[in-house]
Design a protein around this ligand. Structure first.
Ligand SMILES: N[C@@H](CCC(=O)N[C@@H](CS)C(=O)NCC(=O)O)C(=O)O
Length: 205
């Protein structure tokens, strides 16, 4: 195993690994990309399953250790490259809200959006990780009203996750129209990393 400080990202354009690529750019972290062709099923090969047995991207390797699951990757990278200032540090009052909104994405929002897109009823409230779709969406939009960012005036790695996620979720029309979400996505789309990542992905294509 290598202990190189360079982050290796297993990536496919137009997938959830795109957000991690944005984060690496926003952090100014040294990274290399290993393309995983999802259409060809490369994520299901024994070679890739040795990295992530789930057969899912994103995954990163850093200092010889594998991290999977987008929320874990965001927390890890933003702390590791802390000089970029995208993670409120331990002791900062915004640390808890920062972790809250990262976790809320993975444990509430994405399951709620996927269930709705699949036209599945939310699980019974007592079993559901997200209560119900309407409550989940209102919790997000109420927070975004306090913006421009999830932490108010402070841009963080949580906005990289939510900015990239809400970009594809709204593009696929998986949410009811909400001006506050449109405004948030537009603010995200104005970041300089958007053009850099688009150029990188275009070169890969
Ligand atoms: N729980 C994972 C989900 C990742 C995920 O679903 N990735 C998709 C790409 S957007 C994938 O790898 N799909 C390929 C497949 O399922 O075969 C995370 O949060 O990172």
């Amino acid at each position: 195993m290598t202990t190189s400080p360079t982050v290796t990202l297993y990536h496919s354009p137009q997938s959830r690994s795109n957000g991690v690529l944005h984060l690496l750019e926003e952090l100014g972290a040294p990274y290399e990309l290993k393309l995983v062709n999802l259409r060809a099923g490369e994520q299901l090969t024994p070679k890739y399953r040795a990295i992530n047995p789930m057969g899912k991207i994103p995954a990163i390797v850093h200092r010889g250790a594998v991290t999977t699951e987008q929320v874990a990757i965001y927390v890890y990278l933003a702390d590791e490259f802390a000089k970029a200032g995208l993670a409120p540090p331990i002791g900062d009052p915004l640390r808890g809200p920062y972790l809250r909104w990262l976790a809320f994405y993975g444990s509430c929002f994405e399951p709620a959006v996927v269930d709705r897109a699949q036209k599945r009823e939310a699980p019974p409230r007592a079993m559901s990780p997200y209560a119900d779709f309407e409550t989940t969406l209102a919790t997000l939009t109420d927070q975004l009203e306090k913006g421009p960012y999830l932490l108010g005036e402070r841009f963080s790695a949580a906005d990289v996750l939510w900015g990239t996620a809400l970009t594809w979720i709204t593009a696929f029309k998986l949410l009811p129209n909400a001006p506050v979400i449109e405004r948030y996505v537009a603010t995200w789309q104005a970041r300089p990393s958007i053009a850099r990542v688009a150029a990188r992905n275009a070169a890969l294509a």
